[in-house]
Ligand binder design. Sequence first.
Ligand code: TNX
Length: 620
Amino acid sequence: MKKTAFLFLVFPLLTLVQAQAQSKEITVDSLGLVPLPLEVKTLEGRFTLPSKVVISAKTKEELNVAGFLKTYLTELGKTASVSPDAKLATIKLQIANTGSIKNPEGYQLTVGKTGVIITASSGAGLFYGSQTLMQLLPAKTQGTVSVPFVTINDEPAFKWRGNMLDVARHYFPVSFIKKYIDNLAAYKINTFHWHLTDDQGWRIEIKKYPKLTQISAFRKETLVGAQQRLKKPEDYRYDATPYGGFYTQQQIKEVIEYAQKRYITIVPEIEMPGHSVSVLAAYPELACKPGPYETRTRWGISEDIVCPSEQAFKFFEDVLTEVVQLFPSKYVHIGGDEAPKQRWSESDLVKDIMKRENIDDVEKVQGWFNNRIEKFLQSKGKKLVGWDEILEGGISPSSTIMSWRGEKGGIEAARHGNEVVMSPSTYLYFDHGQNPIPHNPLEPLMIGGYLPLMKVYNYNPLSSELTPEQHKLILGPQANLWTEYISTPEKAEYMLFPRLLALSEVAWTPYAKKDSNSFILRLGKQFPRLDAKKVMYRVPEPEGLSKEKVVLQGNKAMITLSSILPGSQIRYTLDEHTPNETTSLYTKPIAVPTNKNIRVRAVTITPNGRHSVPAELLIP
Ligand code: TNX
C-alpha cells in the first residue's frame, strides 16, 4: 500500500522534471565543450543522425579528418561512410578559403536541420571542428544520436599549446605515447614536447652512436621513495632492478606520423650540456674528468656535465643531424637547464676556451656553447628552444626560451625580443600534487608542491609586466610532466587529468573569456568521455572541507559538500574511518558538534565506482 502511494507521488513528479529539462533552453555550459570556443550560439532543436551517416570529404586533409569522425561514429554504433559527394552528406567537411576564417587553426561549425557543416581554411582547423563535434555527440553508444543546433566560430588564443612528457626518468611504451597524443588532440593541444634524454636514460636510437641505446638507455637500478624527503645520500635505498628502454628510429617515425595526422607537432628535446650523465656512461671521453660514469640511479642535479670540447660538439651535431632528419618540427629543444659549472671551472680545456674567446665568466661559456649549437641548427633550417637557464650565458635573439623557473625568464626574454613559451612550475608543473595536505600518505608518491586544478585554470600566459607588443612574442603555455615518480601510464594519467583540461582552456580560450564556474560545469560533462577512453584521471575529492567553507551555528559546524563530478556520490565518516560505499551517504548539510575534535572525512565515488582520496577537516 505504502509503495503504491510512493510511486503515485513520484512518477508525475519525474515526468514534470523531464519535461522541464527538455523545454529548457540549451545553454553554452550545458554543451560541455572544453576548451570553450570563441563564439557559440545555441538554437532550439536538435539534429538526429540517421542510422547511416555520410561524411563528405574530397581532399587529403578532409579525408584524414573524415576518418576520425567515421571511427567515432562507428564506436557510437552508427554506420558511417565517407563520400566525395557533399549533396547527400549528413556531415560536410570542407576546407575553403572563405576569407572569414583567418586563423589556420580556426573553424566554423554549424548544426542545423539538414545536418552538420564544418568549414576551415586548413586541415588543423577542420580537425578541431571535428573534435568539437565529437564533444557534442554522446560519449558512448546510444539508441538515437542527436546533436543540438549550434553555430560555432572558433580559433585558438595561442599558437603553441604544449605539453611535455619526460620519458627519460621513466620509459613509456609507444602504445601509451599514442594514447597520450590522442588525449592532447582531443583538447586541442598542438605541441607535444618529447623529453627524450636525461641523466637517468637516453631514449632515442642514434645510428652513429650505438652505445647510446646499448648503455645510456639503461640504469642498473632506481632510487626507492621520495628523494627530496631523504636528507643525505646515505639514507638512499635502491630497488636493485635494472631499468631502461628506448624508441627505435622506426618507432619514432611511427609516432611522428601518428601525431601529424592529429595536427600535433612533436618537439624533440636532447639535453645538453647538463642532464647528460647517461651519455657519459657510454662515452666518458665527452666529460671534463675521466670516468667511469654510470647512468644515474637517483634524481636531482649532477655536477657531471658534458665538457664543451670539439669532440662534444661533433657528438651533439651528429646526434642532432639524425634528430632533425626524423622530426619535421621547426623547433628543436636542447635543454640547457641545471648545468652546474664546477667541472667546467676546473677544466683546462674550458680555461683555454675562455682565453681564446675572451669570456670572463664560466657561466657564459654555456652561452657560447649554445650559440654554436644554434648556428648548427639554423644551418639545418631549425630553431633552438631551451630552458630559461640559457639566458644566463647570454642568448641570441633568435632562440626561443621556455620559462620554467616562474615567469621571470620569459619576461626577460620577451623584453629582449625572443620568442617565449610560458611553462612556470608554479602553475604548469603537473608532477606537482593536487592534495592540499602535503605528503598525504593516501596520494601516490610524488615530487611535492601543490598545484590544484583551478590554479592551473586561472593562469594567464600574458604577463601584465609585458606590453601588448611583447605579448606577441609569447607563443603560448605548456604544462610539463616530469616522471621521476611516475613509472606507469596510469599514474601519468592521474597526474595529467583533469588538469590537462584546464591547460587546454588556458591555451585555447582568450583569458578574458575564461570563467571558472562555467569551466567546472563543462568539465563535469567531460568525465564520462574520459571514462569512455579509459583515462585514469584523478577523481576530485568533494569540495567543502575547508575552514573557510564551514558555517558555525551555535555549537554546531554546518558542512556543505559538493562534487564537480556529476552523478557521483559523496560518502563520509565522522569517526576517523576511511569513507567508502558502506559509510554515510551525503544528502544534505551535515551538522557536526564543535569542541569534540571530530574529523570529517569525505570521498567522491564516481558512477563507475572509482573513489577519490578522502578530503578531511578537523572540527575543533
Ligand atoms: C626541474 S624543469 C627540472 C627537471 C626535473 C623537474 C622536477 C627543468 C628544466 N628541469 O629535470 O624533472 O625540475 O619538477
